[in-house]
Write a protein that binds this ligand. Sequence first.
Ligand code: ASP
Length: 335
Amino acid sequence: MIYTGGTIGMVRDAATGALESCDFENLAANIPELAHIDADIDVITFDTPIDSSDMGPVHWQQLVKIISDNYDAYEGFVILHGTDTMAFTASALSFMLQDIAKPVILTGSQLSAQVIRTDAKENLLTAIEIAAAKDADGAPMVPEVCIYFHDELMRGNRSSKISANNLAAFASNNYPALATTGTDITYHREFIRKPSCRPFTPHYAMDGGIIILSLFPGLEQNVVESTLASDAVKGVIFRTFGSGNAPQNGWLVNSLSKAVQSGKTIVNISQCATGAVEMEKYVTGRQLLDAGIISGHDSTVEAALTKLMFLMGKGLSQSEIRQAMNTSLAGEITL
Ligand code: ASP
């Protein structure tokens, strides 16, 4: 179990009333069941537990290193993480832990473990049970990176945080749950990834030269052009309307096309929570296809962003990135 921080282990500052990160011992004291669970668990904690707003590629690299160093010694991994950016971390790890064949289950809670009505206990104890679960042949039941939260096990790179206060804080809008829990845990085996036959290989480099550009009626030309002109911007996650559509004002497609020709990668994902980009469907989408923009298919924003960071981090060419964006690397898109 890797403890990174998050509400699950937070305590309230007496003076301000704000929640702040605290150590694992405090969390464990509030969940005494941990000592009685039928699994051998070792705990590694971040030196300084953090609110997940402070998470970034350096922390993802730290998680990859911990898992890689301990890969052979454990049957599964549970990561305790703040909910705010959990879907970004889960998506990033699904690419960085290449060909993982063991469960990596991220969880946390909306209410701190100190609160009587907390959701921490159920989320944590069930995540451990799932990470330890084996099929009839003794193989891990869920050999992939997942989020377990409020009765649902979701593929990590298909999940998004959808509520700041409901206990059902996450949804996997474009892919079914991998397991659901009630009195029993029911695994939906047909949706769980089969482990790859390639050996597990950790990957560390992530390229952050990316911006998320979200369309809205009234978006101005100079704002878009100055963003795309920046040398620091090498990739763009372009959040478009509906099935991947954008206005036909001329200047937008011109500046996007110029950016693609100068070597930048632009990936089209929908602003809608469900459904996929289909640029062939309308002329407002087709113009983007003609400008050299890549389909993000039915990606979440978290998966599209971290996939592009990962591919650019590998130093791939524009055409290699295009090809990889059109391939499901870790179950992140439906083709
Ligand atoms: N701000 C907290 C975090 O993401 C929220 C949570 O854990 O629910 O660390």
